[in-house]
Every structure is written in structure tokens, then in C-alpha cells.
Design a protein around this ligand. Sequence first.
Ligand SMILES: [Mg+2]
Length: 230
Amino acid sequence: MTEHQKTAKESALHNLEAVAALVAADRPLLITDADEVLFAFMAAFERHLDDHGTYFNWASYRLNGNIIARADEQPVGNHQVKALISGFFDVHTRNIEPLDGAADAMAALVAERGLQIVVLSNVPAQRHSDRQWALARHGMDYPLIANEGAKGAAVALLAARTSAPVFFIDDAPSHHDDVAEHAGHVRRIHYVGNPRLAKLIGPAPASHLRARSWNEIRRFIEDHLDEAAA
Ligand SMILES: [Mg+2]
């Protein structure tokens, strides 16, 4: 494959329709978030904040207002929060660590249950190839969509491609609300890899399961597929 073909292929994969076209009509589908579901976002982001003389104060589940400058112990402005986040993705999308159990659980579900997997991540579009590289490096080389904002519309479009069960995993309760609204039949799993963040985020009322591990996620998917086949 030439460099040009490679670039063209990568940019095609940015495209939701292009990934949707890969979804087979008769196989179950898992649509999974990446940060805090496949990758240890918070651990890496806290190190990034420390590198920039700031820290997260864990007061609530939002970044605006909760990132504090060590110099004056004051929250940094929202524009600076935005710069810290985009700087994080620029520097750390490739070297972020995976979460325990994710790659193995997904590989088993693919091999044993014919699951197809799409990663739906709100990573900036210009970092798509970095994230795909990190997924491949850690044994999770599934098609990636760099999404922006709410996820309900993208999930509805992907889910419509198959008549088999569809599952969605995300750490953010707001995405569960939106998916419930746009694709109500999708089974929704709330999972937050970082235990401290899990406590801070609390429940996602629009989800069907609050999972504590990838083993639990795998069992839930297997049980549901068994029920659907019965
Ligand atoms: Mg996330």
C-alpha cells in the first residue's frame, strides 16, 4: 500500500458512513468508547496536568472549574482547560496505557461469539491515526470513529446496520441519555475504568448495567446473546 493510499484509507475511516458500511447485518455489534473504557485516560491526564503546573481537584465530574494552577491555587480559565485537553491528545494519544482486561474480553467475544466491534471516541479528528495506532499496539485494532459531542445519532446509524443485538459502553452518563433517546433498543453498559472517577461520576440512570470490570461486561454480553438466541 502506498503512503497516499494509506492516508486515503485513514481519512475514509474518519467517516461514520464508511465504518457503518463495514458492519455485517447478521452479527452482534459492540460500540465502545475509548477514554476510561479501553484506555486509562484520567491517570494519564493527571500526569499531563502535573507537567503543566496544574492538578485536578476531584470536586465534581467536570474539567471546567476543577483544574487548579499550583502557582496561585486558583482554577484555570475555560480556554486554558481546552488548551490542556487538546495538548494532552496531541502528546499522549499514542502512549496512553490500556485498561486491564479490555483487549482480552473483546478478543474472546469476537472469537467465540462473532461480535463485531466499533470504537466510537470523542478523540479530536486530527488524532484519529494516533488513536488507531494505540488501539493496534494494545491488541484492539477495531475500526475507529472520531466523534464530536453527543453519540446518539452515530450509535443509531451503526445499530441500524444489524438485526442482531447491539451493545454500547461509555463512562459518561450524558452519552447514555442520548443513546437511550436515539437508539433505545441498544443495550447500554456504564463502565468507568478509574475507580476514583467511577465514584465521582456516580450512576448513569439510562444504562442497563453498571459494570465494575471487563469480565462483568463480557458476562453481560454473553448472557444477553444467549437470551436472544433462546
Ligand atoms: Mg470516555
